[in-house]
Design a protein around this ligand. Structure first.
Ligand code: ADP
Length: 404
């Protein structure tokens, strides 16, 4: 089935057209700077000489969708003959709140539930709704399906998702741990479970998605029992520019000292902390890595701090699952930065975790799952490249197929 996967941001609309049978990406690209000029990129993995990059007026998400469809069906740059060959559209949704717990066909009630998520993730939800409305307008007869980043985490027990705040306040404002990057955690934990020689019900896996945004998830018997991101994607451990969990009393303290409004404080914690704040150099891991190998004390400290925080999650989730079969590293940093994996897994023999240094050093930029633990390591450690778009395409296919 040809499935168009759409990831709509406030000023961008990323797309990938999948053939779900071969799991191949036929074409992909991005409409950027929507509402502010417009930049369009269109890539053909099998014919890169026909790739397109051009400045083009993109006033809104509906126009962005029209441009995508125009290029997908273009006689030269296209991969399909007509719009009818797009059999379904799958939309990535960052926050499904407590209302949307699994992938679902878009109808009025789903749109209403998404409206209810505006409060929880205002910028993302507004962008997703613009993307969905744009696609409905351009492709009114094509099934639209939504796939939520939060959905995989909806199996968490109450003791994992509850914040110790007054119950009535949590209910009134829907405050709880939701978790994010669910499609990534679902994809890599599923792949990992296949690699373990035991029934999925018996598996205990920790998945470390480490990118610009990062989260760690404990997956027991194929179901999430805990995850590091919380009510928002700010919770957990330090990220590129986000602070992760800090003593909550630091928040009003800084606000008072620096005369910051709630918005300014929120922006500060999301944009000025993490690698960037600690190092004062950059939020990009590659720049810290350069400094680390030059023995720059600030970069060494930044990486040690990150590794220490991840170690503590691994320890607590091993306790929560009463055991551990495998750890998976994924996303930009998890897949491409061996030294972080080495620092995380160092001195973990007590937990039965032992890396194979040469396999770990060799594992970056690879397309497939690769084992990096030593032969005698009780816990298997893998690097598994994530593929969130494929999960969205497959869920979309499954739901659209039932409509035929
Ligand atoms: P996002 O959360 O935006 O999806 P990614 O998963 O793409 O983030 O991760 C981006 C991070 O991964 C950056 O800190 C970057 O420095 C780091 N990284 C390291 N090596 C690579 C690489 N080869 N390609 C992309 N990102 C890399």
């Amino acid at each position: 089935m040809n499935v168009l996967v759409v990831n709509a941001g406030s000023s961008s609309l990323k797309y990938q057209l999948f053939d779900t049978t071969s799991e191949k990406v036929l074409a992909k690209g991005n409409c950027e700077r929507i509402g502010d000029g417009g930049l369009f990129t269109h890539k053909l993995p099998d014919n890169p000489e026909l790739n397109v990059k051009c400045e083009i007026d993109i006033p809104n998400h509906t126009e962005a969708t029209k441009i995508v469809v125009k290029y997908l069906t273009d006689p030269v740059h296209g991969v399909i003959k007509s719009m009818d060959e797009i059999e379904a559209v799958g939309h990535r949704i960052v926050h499904g709140g407590a209302f949307l717990k699994e992938s679902v066909l878009v109808d009025d009630s789903v749109l209403e539930k998404l409206e209810g998520c505006r409060d929880l993730a205002p910028l993302h939800t507004a962008a997703h709704l613009m993307g969905i409305h744009g696609c409905i307008e351009v492709m009114p007869n094509t099934p639209q399906i939504v796939v939520m980043d939060t959905a995989f985490h909806s199996t968490m027990p109450a003791e994992a998702y509850t914040y110790p705040l007054p119950k009535d306040m949590c209910e009134k404002y829907h405050i709880r741990r939701y978790g994010f990057h669910g499609t990534s955690h679902r994809y890599v934990s599923g792949k990992m479970a296949e690699l373990l020689d035991k029934p999925v019900e018996d598996t205990k896996i920790i998945t470390c998605h480490i990118g610009n945004g990062s989260s760690i998830t404990a997956v027991k018997g194929g179901k999430v029992i805990d995850t590091s991101m919380g009510f928002t994607p700010l919770d957990g451990f330090m990220m590129g520019t986000r602070c992760g969990s800090i003593d909550p009393a630091i928040v009003p303290f800084i606000m008072e000292k620096e005369n910051m409004s709630p918005d300014e404080m929120n922006n500060f914690m999301n944009k000025k902390c993490g690698f960037l704040g600690v190092s004062g150099i950059s939020g990009d891991c590659r720049e810290i890595e350069d400094g680390y190998f030059k023995n720059d004390p600030v970069c060494v400290h930044t990486f040690k701090l990150l590794a220490y925080q991840i170690k503590k999650f691994i320890g607590s989730y091993t306790a929560a699952m009463n055991g551990l079969d495998a750890i998976v590293f994924t996303a930009g940093i998890g897949e491409n930065t061996p030294v972080i994996r080495e620092l995380v897994c160092a001195d973990m023999e007590f937990f039965g975790i032992k890396l194979d240094k040469s396999s770990n050093d060799a594992a970056h930029h690879q397309d497939d799952s690769v084992i990096i633990s030593a032969a005698d390591s009780k816990v298997k450690v893998y690097v598994i490249p994530t593929n969130e778009e494929l999960v969205i395409a497959k869920d979309t296919e499954a739901i659209a197929a039932k409509l035929k």
